[in-house]
Design a protein around this ligand. Structure first.
Ligand code: MOS
Length: 725
């Protein structure tokens, strides 16, 4: 189904099932510990052996020699796989560094060997017997130093300019020129990267944990140099990904190689201490923001440049994306700069671009409001735009930023706030409030699904979509139930299998809208098949309560299926509509913090998010997404930081004891309000994403609240108490 004209009324609009706060249908599997996660799939294939990955202990250089004899001779060991004996391996397009390194080493903890043994303990013990001599090479590990002299854009990401930024900024009566820093961050998902691999002849199956089934299938085939048809990827449950499982990672490749070397199924989980340096991370940024405004608070010039590091073939973090779209201004300059570093690969982490970008931009907006003597909510409203500021003939399909700010201010009690910092005390706590705009783009990508109807009236949905804890199973079931006019108890959803039609996958908050639209498309076809089978006119057929009605005739849905059943497959594909309109999601975050007047301990006391993100398919799972994202925002503001050893070139804190994320006691009352919005430009579902929007802006709202509480302006995340003293 080609979607190239705005959506009109369709069966989803009945909202009998879609749009209802439905508990997730996979919930019982999660809460009883019976959801089949990759590493625990003892049932799928017999005789599993255990692989233990070995990581490089240098960041850059070569392996001069590697002695694996003692490891090979250790009890229970079946094989030791290295780049030297694994056979030819290609690099997949989506991988920046090689997944199995050697002799060249590109980053610290790059995998250099896999030990396969009868038990996990034997594999781990043998791994410790591998002797490696390295020839170290000098590397660049310090972003502050590496970015010196990097003043221009990277080759595939030119600066975006409009008008005369330099002239307008210089002439502006009120100016801000400030630099902000965000640290390297780790996805720190609960379930480590894990895979079981088994070969049957030349056919490979991997049970793994991956957000994007088709990317994983393509890239695994390419890396191994085998046809894609020979690779079967299964990932029905993912215990968190946050972007860390968007791409093929070492666990999957190593398990496949270990299984090939031993002729046994092999399972590999990346140990937690390996993950931070072996896999990807969100790169640190240094962001310079310049804003010029008139005394009445109109922005005349806005400039945002962001430096970040990555391996030579990597990209800079796109931290200026939102600045191209969020506020009106006739003179603009935005650009990213890549400083080449030899740290592990930088890549997507939840709301890549906007999450760190708004951490800077939305403090800058607060600082500017302060200079102008304007309320920060009012300053943002005054600079709203309903069109793409860089392309005025491109309207936003929906843009309710002002409504989010106004409603949030009212519900949060913003009018009681003191504009003067450090005026509000509650016992030993200095109390302050802060606001930030939330922004994240809405991305359209094709998504296919198959729907089957059986003689009992059961509807089965099959698509390679993943559920990374987001609620995909539930919203896809709601979509099929609405379209086919049945209850949720009549729908079965099967996900995460490369044998199913290729979906949008889970990333970039595009999963919900696109994957449900794919199921919508398949259901439209199935409805036509049903009508035809029953001899009904498909144009006026109504599907409701398990019955199909057309004119004065009606028949049970199950009757159309008959014994063989009926199946339909289709995909949603997007035309030019998405190019004619800018599609984004908007929100406003309000936060209250307390800062201990003596120790500078920071506690978040209250959080409110107001989101405008198209139709909300399931207010319960959407709310869970947003409060989870707000929690992640607290981590980003106050705790999360991969500490870089700038001499040896690695992230020092590489487990969940050293890499701090919030716990329940850190998280106060959270409230989420969704504005009533449907977006006919986004898809027939009229929905958008919220999973990343909920994170965007939170860090700055907290930073701004800390400033309001204390008068201290911290531009360097995470805001730990030492930075306030
Ligand atoms: Mo997201 S960082 O695209 O999983």
């Amino acid at each position: 189904m080609k979607f190239d004209t705005p959506a009109t009324t369709n069966p989803i609009d009945r909202l009998k099932v879609v749009g209802r706060p439905t508990s997730r249908i996979d919930g019982p599997l999660k809460t009883t510990g019976t959801a089949p996660y990759a590493y625990e799939r003892h049932d799928v294939v017999a005789n599993q052996a255990y692989g233990y990955a070995v990581g490089s202990t240098i960041a850059k250089g070569r392996i001069a020699s590697m002695d694996v004899k003692a490891a090979e001779a250790a009890p229970g060991v079946l094989a030791v796989v290295t780049a030297g004996n694994a056979g030819p391996l290609a690099k997949a397009d989506r991988n920046i560094a090689t997944l199995l390194g050697g002799p060249q080493i590109e980053h610290y903890h790059q995998a250099i060997a896999l030990v396969v043994a009868e038990s996990f303990e034997q594999a781990r013990a043998a791994a410790a017997l591998i002797r490696v001599d390295y020839t170290r090479a000098d590397g660049a590990f310090d972003l502050e130093r590496a970015r010196e002299g990097v003043t221009g854009p990277s080759k595939d990401d030119p600066d975006s300019t409009l008008g005369d930024f330099a002239g307008a900024f210089a002439a502006a009566p009120i100016q801000l020129d400030a630099t902000y820093r965000t640290p390297d961050q780790s996805h720190a998902m609960m379930e480590p990267h894990a895979t079981i691999a088994a070969w049957r002849g030349d056919q490979l199956t991997v049970w793994t944990s991956n957000q994007m089934i088709d990317w994983a299938t393509t890239d695994l085939a390419k890396t191994l140099g085998i046809p894609k048809e020979k690779v079967h990827v299964v990932s029905p449950f993912v215990g968190g990904g946050f972007g860390g499982k968007l791409f093929l990672r070492a666990d999957t490749l190593l398990a496949a190689l270990g299984a090939r070397a031993t002729g046994r199924p092999v399972k590999v989980a990346l140990p937690r201490p390996l993950i931070m340096n072996n896999t990807t991370h969100r790169p640190a940024t240094i962001q310079r923001i310049r804003i010029g405004a008139t005394p009445d608070g109109r922005i005349t010039a806005i400039g945002h440049e962001s430096w970040s590091g990555n391996l030579p073939d990597g990209k800079p973090e796109n931290a200026v994306d939102q600045t191209r779209l969020l506020y009106a201004a006739p003179n603009r300059l935005t650009g990213t700069r890549l400083a080449v570093l030899d740290l592990p690969e930088g890549n997507a982490m939840r709301a890549p671009g906007e999450a760190p970008g708004l951490m800077a931009l939305e403090i800058a907006m607060d600082e500017m409001a302060e200079k102008l003597g304007l309320d920060p909510v009012e300053f943002r409203i005054r600079n709203d735009t309903q069109v793409d500021p860089e392309k005025p003939d491109r309207p936003f399909s929906q843009r309710q930023l002002v409504e989010c700010l106004r409603l949030g201010a009212e519900r949060f009690g913003w009018s009681r706030r003191s504009a003067q910092p450090a005026r509000n005390r509650d016992g030993r706590w200095l109390v302050g409030t802060g606001v930030a705009a939330a922004f994240r783009n809405n991305l359209l990508t094709p998504s296919a699904a198959r729907v089957r109807l059986d003689k009992h009236g059961m509807v089965a949905v099959e698509t390679d979509m993943t559920d990374i804890g987001t609620g995909s199973y539930t919203i896809l079931a709601q979509t099929a139930a609405e379209m086919m006019g049945v209850g949720l108890d009549k729908v079965v959803v099967r996900l995460g299998d490369s044998k199913f039609p290729v979906s949008a996958g889970s990333g970039g908050q595009w999963g919900a809208n696109n994957s449900t639209a794919g199921v919508y498309a398949a259901c439209v076809k199935l409805r036509e098949a049903v009508a035809q089978k029953l001899g009904f006119n498909s144009a006026d057929a109504v599907f409701s309560d398990g019955v199909v009605r057309s004119g004065n005739r009606s028949a049970p849905l199950a009757q159309a299926a008959g014994d063989p059943g009926l199946a339909a497959e289709d995909a949603i594909e997007y035309g030019d509509l998405g190019k004619r309109y800018q599609q984004s999601t908007f929100g406003a975050h309000f936060v209250e913090v307390g800062v201990d007047a003596a120790t500078a301990e920071i506690r978040v006391r209250r959080m409110l998010a107001v989101c405008a993100a198209g139709r909300i398919l399931n207010p319960l799972s959407a709310r869970s997404q947003v409060i989870g994202a707000m929690t992640m925002g607290v981590g980003a503001a106050l705790m999360e930081e991969l500490a870089v050893d700038t001499r040896a070139g690695f992230f020092v804190n590489h487990d969940l004891a050293g890499y701090e994320v919030p716990v329940h006691a850190d998280i106060p009352h959270q409230e989420v309000i969704f504005l009533d919005e449907t977006d006919p430009i986004s898809s027939p579902m009229k929905a958008k994403g919220v999973g990343e929007l909920g994170l965007c802006g939170v860090g700055a709202a907290i930073a701004n609240a800390i400033h309001n509480a204390t008068g201290a302006r911290v531009r360097d995340y995470p805001i730990t108490l030492d930075k306030l003293l």
